[in-house]
Design a protein around this ligand. Structure first.
Ligand code: NAI
Length: 258
């Protein structure tokens, strides 16, 4: 059996991924704010470091795969800290534990929102590793109300997707034999989207931004199975891909001009 670290394991996509892996007999060390083997706040540098240390300890020093699902979509500055730095810093801190595996793998959850309008300035600050600057830009946006503040979310996912592209071919990842990829979901039926989809206005807004001609809103299993394949022994050569598993939203919005 393999040992997986799954962030966001207490809810939605992370919980579903954890459940399926355990049903298959794999070992999962969950990281979440609560109801997890490792209870930590990935919005802070201390929380990330503590989570990495505790997960490594519980795994006995060697981790076979990391699946980073934890994230929020709120129009607040914290969204960039959790969705970008909470993923990239944690993954980087877990590299030594992955090095001990015979088939190390990592996958993260971006979003088709990474294709939506975003703050290029915030994306660059994040990619430069400058969390204080990224937070400052996010605060400026959030102060202008939820419509503008929403930009923090697509910015966080855009930055994460670009980080995966860059890092996947770096010595630490490709050079160390670790496939690193991202999944970009459409609208997934989880607690994150439940409130918004509960009203006709909210659902219309979501569907306007994320058209899903194939099978409409997706269950978390549709993402979990892909994350599991990406982090399986079978994935030997896929690197740096942002896979839009989104009911055709990406193909609808971007067409064939790729
Ligand atoms: P969810 O809200 O059901 O689960 C997210 C989990 O992350 C929760 O258990 C929460 O406690 C945890 N989390 C939040 N902040 C944290 C922190 N500071 N430290 C540690 N854990 C924290 O959401 P869902 O839908 O499962 O989302 C999972 C990922 O998928 C997120 O990154 C989200 O942005 C992404 N996504 C979701 C979509 C959807 O339609 N639900 C669409 C595209 C992407």
């Amino acid at each position: 059996t393999r040992t997986y670290v799954v962030t966001g394991s207490a809810s939605g996509i992370g919980a579903t991924t954890t459940r399926i892996l355990r049903e298959r007999g794999e070992t999962v060390i969950g990281i979440d704010l609560r109801d997890a083997e490792v209870e930590a706040d990935l919005s802070t540098a201390e929380g990330r470091a503590a989570a990495a240390a505790k997960a490594t300890e519980l795994a006995g020093g060697t981790i076979d795969a990391v699946i980073a699902c934890a994230g929020i979509s709120a129009p607040i500055p914290k969204t960039i800290s959790i969705n970008y730095f909470g993923v990239t810093e944690l993954l980087t801190a877990l590299l030594p534990a992955l090095a001990g595996s015979e088939a190390p793998r990592a996958a993260v959850v971006s979003s088709m929102a990474s294709l939506q309008p975003n703050s290029a300035e915030m994306v660059e600050a994040a990619l430069a590793g400058d969390e204080p600057r990224a937070l400052e830009i996010a605060e400026g946006l959030a102060a202008q109300g939820p419509m503008v503040g929403y930009l923090v979310y697509p910015s966080s996912k855009r930055a994460l997707a670009r980080w995966v592209r860059r890092s996947s071919i770096a010595p630490e990842w490709a050079g160390a034999g670790i496939p690193l990829n991202a999944v970009a979901p459409g609208t997934v039926l989880t607690p994150m989207t439940a409130d918004l989809l509960a009203t006709p206005e909210g659902a219309a807004m979501v569907d306007g931004a994320v058209p899903m001609p194939l099978n409409y809103h997706q269950p978390p299993e549709s993402i979990a199975h892909l994350l599991i394949w990406l982090t399986s022994v079978e994935n030997t050569h896929m690197a740096g891909q942002v896979i839009y598993d989104d009911g055709g939203a990406d193909a609808t919005l971007r067409g064939d001009d790729i």
